[in-house]
Design a protein around this ligand. Structure first.
Ligand code: SAM
Length: 271
């Protein structure tokens, strides 16, 4: 792989499969944002931090044959996977660009829509990230994102070792140079860039042990709690205890998991 080797969540087959499932669980939330923004046939879109491109492919469905989608990611592994999918579908208007958002070689004043989901919370200089992307937006174009306001993550019943988890995950994000509260800062970035805020919508999903949202978080913790211990944001002993308590709650039909808040944000560059 070339590109950013130190990206917090890593790049590998297991993470790709986790992203695929995550996309399926949260797709309705993303679709709702695209509906409100009004992504149209013929639009030129940039999907930033696309990963394997699950959102890029949804955008291609929306913009059709006359539109265009560029997937930008530091990972050749994800982009190669996307290229295979795109070839299998016979699409000629989905392009892959390897690089980081902060300094990617992007055309100026070009895109109708620039989007990034679960990316900007990982980057050390979020302002630079947005500033560089905003320059690629055409006048009248829309820039939108979905990311965390890392509150709300909780489990009923209270009082298990799980209650400490939000602090641990926030420390995990910060250990990678990111900001688990990044969505609180976006409107000030927009204002400085002359972008008009047109949407700010928090989302939260909750469900019991048989729900998709439970399975989503299960896949995240089983993959990433050991990595959090490796990074030293939690001891191995505490990580093992949290995982054991979490797994035990699966047998409790009354347990409820509440996701962290994911905020939709969209802004429009004046024409
Ligand atoms: C959690 S994944 C989300 C993937 C995709 N946006 C989605 O919602 O399914 C984060 C992605 O951001 C990419 N990434 C990390 N740092 C980046 C940067 N500075 N610029 C662009 N992409 C970045 C990673 O390679 C990874 O594919």
């Amino acid at each position: 792989m070339s590109g950013k080797e130190d990206y917090l969540l890593g790049v590998n087959e297991a993470e790709l499969e986790r992203l695929r499932f995550q996309h399926w669980v949260w797709k309705k939330v993303t679709d709702n944002l695209f509906d409100r923004v009004g992504v149209k046939q013929g639009w030129k879109c940039l999907d930033v931090g696309s990963g394997p491109g699950f959102v890029s492919m949804d955008l291609r469905d929306r913009v059709g044959e006359k539109g265009e989608v560029t997937a930008l990611d530091p990972s050749d592994f994800y982009l190669d996977w996307l290229k295979n999918e795109v070839n299998a579908r016979g699409w000629s208007n989905v392009h892959c660009l390897q690089g980081q958002a902060e300094d990617a070689d992007l055309p100026l004043r070009n895109y109708d829509f620039v989007f990034f989901r679960w990316v900007i919370a990982f980057v050390p200089d979020a302002e630079k990230f947005i500033r560089h992307l905003a320059a690629s937006l055409r006048p009248g174009g829309i820039i939108a994102l979905q990311d965390y306001w890392y509150e709300g993550l909780s489990l009923f019943p209270r009082g298990t070792s799980f209650d400490r988890l939000p602090d641990i995950v926030r420390a995990y994000y910060r250990a990678g140079g990111g900001d688990p509260y990044i969505t609180g800062r976006i409107s000030s970035f927009f204002r400085e860039l002359g972008i008009r805020l047109i949407d700010f919508t928090p989302n939260q999903i909750a469900g019991g042990p048989q729900s998709d949202i439970w399975e989503w978080v299960h896949r995240f913790f089983t993959l990433h709690l050991p990595l959090m211990a490796q990074k030293g944001v939690v001891s191995k002993k505490e990580a093992d205890t949290i995982l054991a308590d979490w797994v035990a709650q699966r047998a409790n039909p009354d347990a409820v998991y509440f996701s962290p808040i994911v905020v939709d944000i969209a802004g429009e560059l004046p024409a």
